[in-house]
Design a protein around this ligand. Structure first.
Ligand SMILES: *Cc1c(COP(=O)(O)O)cnc(C)c1O
Ligand code: SF4
Length: 338
């Protein structure tokens, strides 16, 4: 493991060699199997462990509280029932008009092309979402096209997931070409955690597809902690920025992972080193199984006050919550003060 150089292995090989066995993960990190309290293995059958080796190399050996590890290791507390924490906290099943399409926001809509992710984040709000029934097939394209054309306010399509960058370059190119053929579309956004957890995914072909599109491309990556951003990952992100692709980050506030002012400050500066601007800081969605990551509102408030004091305005992410049925994400700070 010490000599495993993920930078040299192609991403397809990495994707077919993910770690899915919690005991293997603990073994690599030189942690004892007792880290898995009873219940954790059951939790992992409900939402499988899944993590690229490239991400594991950034975890600290011998540290059961490593902030990267805590995001992926199944935990017995996931099995606890909490009445506020439900399987579909955002009511997405209702907003789901047709396969692959999720249109909640006026000018932009979400296109889900795959249910697969390279990593399974334990706090994910989609951990119970029925992706498999909801993926568009090639013949659905015509309906999606008609749908977009029937909604003249839509100018942006967001590829989300699952994680769209688990798809091959060929598929990504195909879908981008389809979307480019609709004149009203100006922006294409890609939400992905893959450039962080498996930075080799940012290969030359992908960069070339993105930089040659007629659409303005915005990549929103998802990193929660500066330790995720090693030098290689930052270089890969810088390559995109160098090609005039706008790269933003969204993070989720997670108890035990990044609930300190200094950690969030470091994250913002590290992103900026990579040419990436902090976009959103999400409050945890109340999804069943994620209660142990939740923070109370006083703590969130004082964290955010600390960030405002520590950082220049352009490095302060917007603190937001998603509320089911709302027409946009809800800003959480200072709203009641004017
Ligand atoms: C977050 C989100 C968007 C995009 O919202 P922005 O505020 O533009 O980032 C669009 N659709 C859905 C369903 C979303 O959850
Ligand atoms: S959708 Fe994003 S947050 Fe959820 S498991 Fe996949 S990569 Fe993680």
């Amino acid at each position: 493991m010490t000599h495993y150089l993920y930078q040299e292995q192609n991403w397809q090989a990495q994707l077919s060699d993910l770690i899915t066995d919690p005991l293997e993960l603990l073994n690599i990190l030189e942690l004892s199997p007792e880290q898995l309290l009873s219940g954790a293995l059951l939790a992992s059958t409900q939402f499988k462990l899944r993590v690229p080796r490239a991400f594991v190399t950034r975890m600290q050996k011998g540290n059961p509280l490593d902030p990267l590890l805590l995001q992926v290791l199944p935990h017995h507390l996931e099995l606890e029932e909490h009445p506020d924490f439900v399987t579909d906290p955002l009511g997405e099943e209702q907003a789901n008009q047709q396969p692959g399409v999720l249109h909640k926001y006026k000018t932009r809509f979400l296109l889900t092309l795959t249910g697969a992710c390279a990593v399974h984040c334990r706090y994910c709000f989609r951990r119970h979402f029925p992706y498999q029934e909801n993926l568009p097939k090639s013949e659905d394209w015509i309906n999606i096209q008609h749908y977009i054309q029937s909604q003249p306010d839509i100018n942006e399509v967001i590829l989300s997931g699952g994680d769209p960058l688990t798809l091959s370059n060929r598929k990504i190119k195909l879908w981008i070409e389809r979307l480019e053929s609709i004149p009203q579309l100006k922006f294409l956004r890609i939400h992905s955690r893959v450039p962080i957890v498996m930075p080799n995914r940012v290969d030359e072909e992908l960069i070339s597809i993105l930089k040659n599109s007629r659409l303005r491309i915005i990549l929103v990556v998802h990193s929660n902690h500066a330790s995720e951003l090693d030098d290689f990952t930052c270089r890969q992100l810088q390559q995109l920025v160098a090609e005039k692709i706008t790269v933003f980050n969204q993070a989720v506030l997670l108890k035990g992972v990044n609930d300190h002012v200094q950690i969030l400050t470091d994250l913002s500066y590290r992103l900026f080193d990579a040419g990436v601007l902090p976009y959103y800081l999400h409050v945890l969605d109340k999804v069943k199984g994620a209660h142990h990551f939740d923070l109370n509102s006083q703590d969130i408030d004082s964290l955010y006050q600390g960030l405002l004091a520590n950082l220049p305005g352009y490095l302060v992410p917007k603190l937001v919550r998603e509320i089911a049925g709302e027409k946009n994400k809800t800003p959480l700070f200072g709203v009641s003060t004017f």
